[in-house]
Design a protein around this ligand. Structure first.
Ligand code: SF4
Ligand code: SF4
Length: 345
C-alpha cells in the first residue's frame, strides 16, 4: 500500500495504467488459472453452493487487505458489505442482451466454451452454468466527498475507481482459482483477452460483458436515467461478476420493469443526475455514452495532476442524488422490487 504520493504518476503508476488500459484494450490481464481435472466431483457439490459464494465474497470485502484506500486515506475501506445474486446460465435474458446491447455480448455458454477449450474439455451445458453477480457499495466517506464536487471526481472517488477495480478483479481471480483448483470450470469474462471496449455501429462504445446488465439479470437492481443500476444500496457502487460450472439457485426476483427504481422513469420528476453532470451527458432522453466517455477520459489529466494516480473517473451523477444510497422511498413499495427466498431451478 502506498504511504506517500507518487511522483510522475503518468510514468510510475503501473497498476493504475494496467487497470485503465486493460479495460479499453483487453490487455495486461493475469494468466488464466488451469483446471485441475483430477479433483473429485463429490467435493464440488459439497463445497460450492450459494452460501459459500455469498460468505466468501462478504469475507473478502470485510478482511482483504486490497479493500483499502491509499495515502492520504490509509486504513479506510473502499467498499462496504456486498450484495450478491445468481443467474442461471440458460436464462433467456442473455440472448436478449445480444439484441439490447449487441450481438458481440457473450452468453455464459460462449464464455465458458472458450475456457473449456483452453482446458481441453467439452463446454458445459447452459443449465449447468451459473453467473455470480455482486455489487460493491462505495464507502460513505467517498460518496460524501464526491457529492461535494461539481467538476471532477474527488480524490477518494478516483482512488476507488483505480484501487477498487484492482480489488474487485483480485477477489474474482482468487475465487476463480479456488474453483479451478477444485476441478470446477470458472472464468471472469472481463479478465480474458476477448474483453475490450469497442465502438460498434449503431451501439457506440460497449464491452462484450456488461457487469451492470448481469446484475440486472440477477435481480440486484434496475437502471436509472444515468444508466447506472439502482440497487437496494443505491447507485454509488461498482459491479462485478464471474461464471462457473455449478448450479446456483437464483436468490432474487428480477424486476421486469428495467427502470422500476428511477423516479423520472416512473413519472415522478427528478433528473437530479442530469443536474450533477458537468457536460450534459444526461438528459430527459437518457444517457449519452459518447459525451460521458469523453469527459471520463479527460479526467486522466486531472487525476494525475491532483491525486498522483493514473486513472479516469467521474461518478458525479451517482452522488448527491435521491438514489445514491437506496431505492428512492417513493418507489420502495412498488410490486416486484423485493426479493424471494429461492426460485426453483
Ligand atoms: S437521480 Fe433521479 S432521475 Fe436520476 S437515476 Fe436517480 S432517481 Fe432517476
Ligand atoms: S459519469 Fe458521465 S454522465 Fe455521470 S456526471 Fe460524469 S460525465 Fe456526466
Amino acid at each position: 500500500m502506498q504511504t506517500k504520493y507518487r511522483k510522475l504518476s503518468f510514468l510510475t503508476d503501473i497498476p493504475g495504467m494496467k487497470t485503465s488500459l486493460g479495460d479499453m484494450l483487453g490487455i495486461g490481464f493475469p494468466r488464466q488459472p488451469i483446471l485441475n481435472k483430477k479433483a473429485s466431483l463429490d467435493t464440488r457439490k459439497i463445497l460450492f453452493d450459494e452460501d459459500w459464494v455469498i460468505k466468501t465474497l462478504a469475507e473478502k470485502v470485510a478482511r482483504h487487505p486490497a479493500n483499502s484506500l491509499e495515502y492520504p486515506f490509509q486504513g479506510e475501506k473502499i467498499f462496504e458489505e456486498p450484495l450478491v445474486g445468481f443467474v442461471r446460465g440458460d436464462d433467456p435474458l442473455f440472448e436478449d442482451f445480444k439484441k439490447v446491447i449487441g450481438p458481440f455480448h457473450f452468453t455464459p455458454r460462449e464464455i465458458m466454451a472458450w475456457q473449456a477449450s483452453k482446458n481441453g474439455i467439452p463446454a458445459p451445458e447452459p443449465e449447468n452454468i451459473s453467473v455470480v453477480s455482486f455489487i460493491l457499495p462505495i464507502s460513505k466517506a467517498t460518496r460524501a466527498e464526491n457529492g461535494r464536487k461539481d467538476d471532477w471526481p474527488s480524490e477518494r472517488w478516483a482512488q476507488t475507481r483505480r484501487s477498487g477495480e484492482i480489488f474487485s478483479q483480485t477477489i474474482v481471480q482468487e475465487i476463480v482459482k479456488t474453483l479451478m483448483d477444485a476441478g470446477v470450470l470458472a472464468v471472469a469474462p472481463d479478465m480474458t483477452p476477448m474483453f475490450n471496449f469497442k465502438k460498434h455501429p449503431g451501439v457506440g462504445w460497449a464491452s462484450p460483458w456488461s457487469h451492470r446488465h448481469v446484475a440486472y439479470a440477477a435481480g440486484l437492481g434496475t437502471f436509472g436515467m444515468n444508466d447506472l443500476l439502482i440497487t437496494e444500496k443505491g447507485s454509488a457502487h461498482r459491479c462485478g461478476s464471474f461464471v462457473a460450472s455449478i448450479r446456483l439457485r437464483p436468490n432474487r426476483e428480477r424486476n421486469e420493469n428495467m427502470h422500476a427504481h428511477c423516479l423520472q422513469y416512473q413519472g415522478i420528476p427528478c433528473l437530479k443526475c442530469q443536474q450533477r453532470c458537468p457536460v450534459q451527458a444526461v438528459s430527459e432522453s437518457g444517457h449519452d455514452k459518447a459525451v460521458c466517455g469523453k469527459r471520463v477520459i479527460d479526467s486522466i489529466k486531472y487525476c494525475n495532476r491532483n491525486y498522483h494516480i493514473f486513472i479516469y473517473g467521474c461518478g458525479l451523477c451517482s452522488t448527491r442524488i435521491p438514489c445514491e444510497n437506496s431505492i428512492p422511498k417513493e418507489l420502495r413499495e412498488l410490486p416486484s422490487s423485493g426479493h424471494r427466498e429461492q426460485l426453483a431451478l
